[in-house]
Design a protein around this ligand. Sequence first.
Ligand code: NAD
Length: 481
Amino acid sequence: MQTYKMFIDGKWEDAANGDTFETKNPFNGQTWAAIPKGGREDAERAVEAAHRAFTSGPWPKLTASARGHLLRRLGDLIAEKAEHLATIEVTDNGKLINEMLFQLKYIPQWYYYFGGLADKIEGAVIPIDKADTFNFTRNEPLGVCVGITPWNSPLLLLAYKLAPALAAGNTFVAKPSEFTSASTLEFAKLVEQAGFPAGVFNVVTGFGADVGETLTTHKYVAKIAFTGSEGTGRKIGELAARNFKKVTLELGGKSPHIVFDDAEIDNAVNGVISGIFAATGQTCIAGSRLLVQRKIHDQFLEKIVNLAKTARMGDPLLTSTQVGPVTTPPQLEKILGYIDIAKGEGAECVLGGGRPDNAELSRGWFVEPTIFSGVRNDMRIAQEEVFGPVLAVIPFDSDEEAVHIANDTNYGLAAGFWTQDMRRILKVSAAIQAGTVWVNTYRVISYMSPLGGYKHSGIGRENGIASIQNYMQTKSVMIST
Ligand code: NAD
């Protein structure tokens, strides 16, 4: 079994009280690593180290270009280790090796992009309306930033936060999910190797209630960037507001996927299937509500059921596997619970609906790709985030009705629709309340394009040029001439 240490102030450390917790492989339920169970004391130590690194030492003296250079070197090291990091993530969260390789090979772009941006953030000279006064602005870093991440894409979601934060000159404390801490600790080795000064990047492993809340409330922390569930986001938002800490919250979704009757059907079938079943449904942007125009409803439903039926479940480390396990036993129970709720609500289960009947898979946390038809949008299966491979299919007649159903949810993270009509593309994309809208595609993500939620799906945007401002504050300097 592998044993990990935390990374605090440039040193590899056990938890102050020596405690550890086990991390298990979702494919076979076996414990494969021991992770330090950090607590309040460890979180405080990490924040203090980050504060020292921000206020003294070499980091604040580095030029923006030098910071950018370090970030680009880190990107190169991630690229070199992409396969190793992908394998660690698959072993920890059960996602498919193909998906994780694709993701890990793309992650360096965040460090290249924001590394390139570091020395291009300029202030302004303002011709103010006061005689004999010279006014200019400076963009300054915030200080210690905290990144709290969930278990589904640990290093990708860390990159959204860490790359702009360091480019802007902040220091950082990362707290990965207790279910998938190993890859962030492996990543810290690369930060060390890249040559960042001690204390600029720290990782504290442990649980939300102690490590997470200490980081969220510590007086030296200026900003919390969180990705996770709506409930935890609300708690963090409330705690942060008490001390006026800045927050970015990337939360859950119940994203609608709309298929109009003029769609290119085969493309739409593929888009809908990968939209819900990629990562076994455990993505915030999963297209978990499928709205199909009534004229093509039965034909479309038959096609997606037939395709989903052929998906090979199995070992996520095999490239031939198409559906892996879910990440944790509580998540498995939650998904099975929602399947029961949907049946109780009167939705018709037309595919899956339980754990697979297979001895090898019974060791891991597998649930079948599941499709419910005859869903009404007021059912819990259409309103609440399942975070699993469960699709709720809802018929509609007109464009207005489709948009009404799509928007009739507390969430607003993403949406997709399929049509060949350009007027409809313009009208529907404007009417949908979601941070990202895909048309005739789904799930495209770029470091250059803003990502974030309307309504309960969050506050703020990650990615794109503007996101570096999440990690900066503006000072106006007035000089008497
Ligand atoms: P979660 O909210 O349970 O945990 C996320 C992180 O918060 C973990 O590191 C956890 O330890 C920490 N945490 C828990 N309680 C805390 C507290 N009181 N204070 C501080 N930190 C605390 O989420 P999860 O189950 O790990 O992840 C699934 C959720 O993440 C889903 O809702 C999904 O939609 C969301 N998600 C959103 C995005 C996005 O970009 N919007 C991306 C991926 C996942």
